[in-house]
Design a protein around this ligand. Structure first.
Ligand SMILES: NC(=O)c1ccc[n+]([C@@H]2O[C@H](COP(=O)([O-])OP(=O)(O)OC[C@H]3O[C@@H](n4cnc5c(N)ncnc54)[C@H](OP(=O)(O)O)[C@@H]3O)[C@@H](O)[C@H]2O)c1
Length: 250
């Protein structure tokens, strides 16, 4: 794709962290964004700041099943006039051993981090495959490779989405629709670790929100890019983990 100007992009998790910075960078570069999240007030702030370039689509991706996912293509056509890119970025984690988490917490993580992303991707693919072009980006995590004590459910959901994304890339070969997977380590400058379950935990940062957003944008515009690790050594950790089964604690 040639630059960002004029691109029509759906970004999930647009209200905070990676999704908010990504939406701001896209909108200020002339792309038009449909931002999906629950925080209506934060979506409104972005709509005010980037009038005509950012539109909020309030939607709870934790709903089981995600009914608002069904309306996203229609809303993108109404607001943006089409779709070029879907960025599946929304996600969250509840820290703690599996047996200490409520069933709501477990299912919520599985839906937001995996099931609703698959649901939304299927809806958007209906449109992209008709046009024979487009990009679907998945924001995953290095925790897919390295077992993190206390992130068992989150990691399992992201690992499921990682399998879906990597396999989908092969399914879509020759269709004109590309799949880009992004695997960040712990990202400084987001609200991810603000969930009360992380209270008292000290995180060792691997990267910044700016670097993750740079990587996503590179994946959108550069057709040679398929898979990005941020920073690069997350990929090396993945290879080592395949051999030795790495486990870490936070
Ligand atoms: N931060 C890290 O260290 C890190 C590392 C690796 C991967 N990641 C991944 O990066 C992605 C972005 O997270 P972030 O770091 O930017 O965290 P963040 O600052 O907490 O932002 C998370 C975004 O996801 C949205 N979201 C959460 N639950 C949702 C729901 N039920 N329905 C709709 N939207 C929902 C939030 O919007 P609302 O709350 O407004 O709904 C928010 O916009 C996630 O997929 C995360 O797993 C993060």
């Amino acid at each position: 794709m040639e630059g960002l100007s004029g691109l029509r992009v759906i970004v999930t998790g647009a209200s905070k962290g990676i999704g908010r910075l990504l939406s701001s960078r896209l909108a200020s570069s002339g792309a038009r964004v449909l931002g999906v999240a629950r925080s209506v007030d934060r979506l409104r702030v972005l709509e005010e700041r980037f009038r005509g370039f950012f539109y909020g689509y309030p939607c709870d991706l934790g709903e089981q099943p995600c009914r608002c996912c069904d309306g996203v293509v229609e809303e993108a056509l109404r607001r943006l006039g089409g779709i070029d890119v879907l960025v599946n970025n929304a996600g969250y984690a509840v820290y703690g051993d599996v047996y200490s988490q409520s069933l709501d917490d477990v299912l919520g993580q599985v839906y937001v981090n995996m099931v609703s992303a698959i649901h939304l991707t299927r809806r958007v693919l209906d449109y992209l495959l008709e046009k024979n072009r487009g990009v679907v980006v998945f924001v995953l995590t290095g925790a897919v490779y390295v077992y993190v004590r206390g992130l068992t459910v989150y990691g399992a959901a992201k690992a499921g989405l990682s399998y879906f994304a990597e396999a989908l890339r092969h399914e879509l070969e020759g269709t004109g629709v590309r799949v880009v997977t992004v695997y960040p380590g712990a990202v400084k400058g987001t609200e991810f670790f603000s969930h009360p379950s992380f209270r008292g935990k000290k995180v060792k940062w691997s990267t910044s929100v700016e670097k993750v957003v740079d990587a996503i944008i590179r994946g959108i515009v550069d057709e040679r890019v398929t898979r990005i690790h941020v920073p690069w050594w997350v990929g090396l950790a993945g290879k080592l983990s395949q051999l030795f089964g790495l486990t870490v604690s936070i």
